[in-house]
Design a protein. Structure first.
Length: 135
């Protein structure tokens, strides 16, 4: 998922939110390929927020690192990251139904909403409110 916010007359982008499930310890291939195709220095002055779901979200610092490094090389400023539990059927886990079968759930979505609102209030003027779907 790629969400680009705050376009000013279709010219300048103020925030980019990049999110994905984690596949084999990395963001989805389509996101990694998109970053590779960007022109040099495409991200100068642009803020990026990363978010992901994975079976082991406490490892997100390792899962996010390759994409964060690629984005920084392009000139983006990665200002915040978020990760929560997601359904994981990697390897033999599928035999047992996987880890975190019912995630992300309502509690996880509430955490995302709080995270997004904190960032919106910190980085926008005037502050906006972000609501999750289904509320």
């Amino acid at each position: 998922m790629l969400l680009i916010c705050g376009a000013d007359s279709g010219r300048q982008i103020f925030e980019i939110w990049i999110g994905s499930g984690i596949y084999y310890a990395r963001f989805h291939k389509s996101i990694r390929d998109w970053v590779k195709r960007l022109p040099a220095n495409a991200g100068i002055g642009q803020k990026v927020f990363l978010f992901s779901t994975s079976g082991l979200p406490f490892l997100s610092v390792f899962y996010h690192y390759p994409l964060r490094r690629s984005l920084r090389r392009q000139g983006f400023e990665v200002v915040a990251e978020f990760s929560c539990r997601g359904h994981d059927t990697f390897g033999p886990l599928w035999l047992f139904g996987g880890l975190n079968r019912r995630h992300p759930n309502v509690h996880d979505l509430k955490r995302v909403e709080v995270f997004a609102n904190e960032l919106v209030h910190r980085y926008t003027d005037p502050p906006r409110h972000v609501a999750t779907a289904g509320r």
